[in-house]
Design a binder for this molecule. Sequence first.
Ligand code: KMH
Ligand code: ZN
Length: 302
Amino acid sequence: MSGILITCALTGSIHTPSMSPYLPVTGAQIAEQGIAAARAGAAILHLHARDPADGRPSARPEHFMGFLPRLAAETDAVLNLSTGGSAVMTLDDRLAAPLQVAPEMASLNMGTMNFALYPMLARERDWLHDWERPFLEGTDDLVFKNTPRDIAHILTVLGRDRGTRFEFECYDLSHLTMLRHFADRGLIKPPFFIQFVFGVLGGMGPDPENLTHMVRIADKLFGDDYLFSVLAAGRFQMPLVSMAAAMGGHVRVGLEDNLTIARGQLARSNADQVAKIRDVVEALGRTVMPADAVRAMLGLKG
Ligand code: KMH
Ligand code: ZN
């Protein structure tokens, strides 16, 4: 089978520091874990920032600058900046760092949706830090806003004006239709790198049948003009990304999506998850792609 692209999402904006001592939140921690993840085989690093003072999700450019220079100097990985940020941030906040950095790649969320983190409170968590409980509880009445106008704006100011290409985050079938709409408007050009996102409360559930159906519809809408990757939240991460690898797709792992390495066992680093999925995909006969091959495959500006 063909080469496989591993993305590692280092920290995200969902998990909070008291959930795992291994979640990187300072600039130095994010840089060190990113360098190790790239050495372990991640060709793309998907990046969010944190306020180093308390680990709170942040979109401030100075927090991104706490790790971007080191990642650029010490890895050849594709640096993929989130434009999703977190659902509580404004679009202007979410775009501040990407507009300044003009990255090779950025994420682009393909629809407005619920984005509830509330299930994390299902079990009593007395040990949450002061800011964490209202942060998590607040998400049960939160809309993650990605309207067609927002999407067109991101495609214009990052894609057209800065040459950034995208990881199209599709949490549901409707997001594939939205992507087709923007292709028809001529605002995006193939190959389309589609990330199927499983297990967020508000998007599709982590059912294997949903993955086969997403692929079927993407084949119909995009033919040979797309490639897909899978990420899945929490304990669904390894089963669903392994299924993607077996189907010829690509994979995303990382502590943004899942804090564990096995049932009940915290991952000690992002690189541990990269190494684990690397073993799985190599056992399936896939070859892990280096960053330059990924740049060529996705048409990145380099
Ligand atoms: N946290 C993931 C479920 C983004 O950064 O644009 C989706 C994500 C969004 O990675
Ligand atoms: Zn993200």
